[in-house]
Design a protein around this ligand. Structure first.
Ligand SMILES: Nc1ncnc2c1ncn2[C@@H]1O[C@H](COP(=O)(O)OP(=O)(O)O)[C@@H](O)[C@H]1O
Ligand SMILES: O=P(O)(O)OC[C@H](O)CO
Length: 498
């Protein structure tokens, strides 16, 4: 048996490669940040070639760290920032434009026009999603409408579309395989989550040529082989899933009613709802969790656009901290936020508000508020946003979670985890391995090639590192949440022209 399964985790700000062994232990990790482009307020782009080159670099580095050869790697599993939209030339492989990132707001007004046509329910029933600039479909339309000659080239069959996993699989197979998995397809606003096909009516509405779309496949199956030129031998690419769905899998939330919350660039709370989609009445979206063993699992999702990114803002723009982990030390210098609330709606608000025009705001500032209070209030804003989504999840599913399973970079912050337990009045369980996104991708790939025999095989790999239990009174909690709800209203609709 091969020694490792390789997980390629293509995140929003960095790409990672982790090699996992049979026990689900991380044997080697390599990571590299890549450039973020902000060409206009509210616009976000990546260079797709840089996504590929950094991903390849870290994969080689992770192998070199432990002296692994291609024969030591049983399979590759890919997990990725979702919705980010890439279009490239089928023959030259050259992207026609920078990738338009999930956070980018450039198609907000076009989304308004779709809503004004009365299409909200149609899109929800077909795709499970709300009409929002977040999802890929309107970004793809923007590229076809705004890059010179793109629409004609796409109609002639010369251009291909993909989200990041599609792009990486295409690159790894040197242009042989153009596929997506159901979990990623379900984030495009073009995929019918009931029929598991691209939706013809929606493609017509958005004016997207179907020939440029990848073939949708299950999340755990062999899509093709990485060309030997990259790793010295072929390796099967056997799993792919959007990063949030992969984390749900990595947290072993295999049963309906189980949920996890990931604190990365954004924050994403997903609940497995079983083999039937549940449609939200409270501002959540319905998404495909994974396709596995001939079946599809659905999930309810609350997507928060800015979470760890607000800590990066404290570091890079405010220059209040030198590193993200410093936020904990600095926030502990004060006992509370001194009445200050930060609403980090930098790219609008996602669940449960869905306000494309919301922008960040700080309220409650008095003469006594200093940078430590603002750092603390920024951290607290993550917990409030998650709490809003938890309430929506409870209303939609009828399930009051006994405890919240957490992961992602910012879940390392003990103060933040304690704030979450306090504000949501629920225990917070952090697992030993918080790299659950990569782990989920590894499991999906390993299951496809028989490295693990069944889901039950990997359940035993999950273990708790630490539980945070609520410590504040109901009175304190109610007051805090009430004030947050007031604060968040001040961010609404800010960027809308009068
Ligand atoms: N100790 C910490 N406290 C607060 N935020 C943190 C901490 N460590 C990392 N972060 C934040 O977590 C994010 C990185 O987490 P990660 O799961 O790698 O995200 P992604 O997959 O979105 O790139 C960054 O936005 C960073 O600011
Ligand atoms: O890069 P992350 O981990 O914040 O995830 C981004 C999401 O996939 C966007 O939907």
């Amino acid at each position: 048996m091969a020694k490792y399964i390789m997980a390629l985790d293509a995140g929003t700000t960095s790409n990672r490669c982790i090699l996992f062994n049979e026990k689900g232990e991380m044997c080697s990790v390599a990571q590299k940040e890549f450039t973020q482009y902000f060409p206009k307020p509210g616009w976000v782009e990546h260079d797709a070639e840089e996504i590929w080159s950094t991903q390849l670099e870290v994969a080689k580095e992770a192998m070199a760290n432990v002296g692994a050869t291609a024969a030591d790697i049983g399979a590759i599993g890919i997990t990725n920032q979702r919705e980010t939209t890439i279009v490239w030339d089928k023959n030259t492989g050259e992207p026609i434009h920078h990738a338009i990132v999930w956070q980018c707001r450039r198609t907000s007004e076009y989304c308004d026009s779709l809503k004004a046509k009365g299409l909200v329910d149609t899109f929800r029933q077909k795709t499970g999603l709300v009409i929002d600039a977040y999802f890929s479909g309107t970004k793809l339309k923007w590229l076809l409408d705004n890059v010179e000659g793109a629409r004609e080239r796409a109609e002639r069959g010369e251009l291909l579309f993909g989200t990041v996993e599609t792009w990486l699989i295409w690159k790894l197979t040197q242009g042989q395989v153009h596929v997506t998995d159901y979990s990623n397809a379900s984030r495009t606003l073009m995929f019918n989550i009931n029929t598991l096909e691209w939706d013809e009516d929606i493609l017509k509405e958005l004016n997207i040529p179907k020939c440029m779309l990848p073939e949708p496949k299950p999340s755990s199956c062999v899509y093709g082989e990485a060309n030997p030129v990259f790793f010295g031998g072929p390796i099967p690419i056997a799993g792919a899933a959007g990063d949030q769905q992969a984390a749900l899998f990595g947290q072993t939330c295999f049963t309906a009613g189980e949920a996890k919350n990931t604190y990365g660039t954004g924050c994403f709370l997903l609940m497995n709802t079983g083999e039937k989609p549940v449609f939200s009445k409270n501002g959540l979206v319905t998404t495909i969790a994974w396709g596995l063993d001939g079946k599809v699992n659905y999930a309810l999702e609350g997507s928060i656009f800015v979470a760890g990114a607000s800590i990066q803002w404290l570091r890079d723009e405010m220059r209040f901290i030198d590193s993200s982990p410093d936020s904990e030390y600095m926030a502990r210098k004060v006992k509370d936020t001194n009445g200050c609330y930060v609403v980090p709606a930098f790219t609008g608000l996602g669940a449960p508000y869905w306000d494309q025009y919301a922008r960040g705001t700080i309220v409650g500032i008095t003469r006594g508020v200093n940078k430590y209070h603002i750092i603390r209030a920024t951290l607290e804003s993550l917990a409030y946003q998650v709490n809003d989504v938890l309430a929506a999840m409870k209303a939609d599913s009828g399930i009051d979670l006994a405890a919240l399973k957490v992961d992602g970079g910012a879940s390392a912050n003990n103060l933040l985890m304690q704030m979450q337990a306090d504000i949501s009045n629920a225990p917070v369980n952090r697992p030993m391995c918080v790299e659950t996104t990569a782990m989920g991708a590894a499991y999906l790939a390993g299951l496809a090639v028989g490295y693990w025999a069944s889901k039950e095989d990997v359940l035993q790999n999950w273990a708790i590192d630490r539980t945070f239990t609520p410590e504040i009174t109901d009175e304190e909690r109610n007051k805090k949440v009430r004030m947050w709800k007031k604060a968040v209203t001040y961010s609404f609709n800010w960027a809308k022209e009068d």
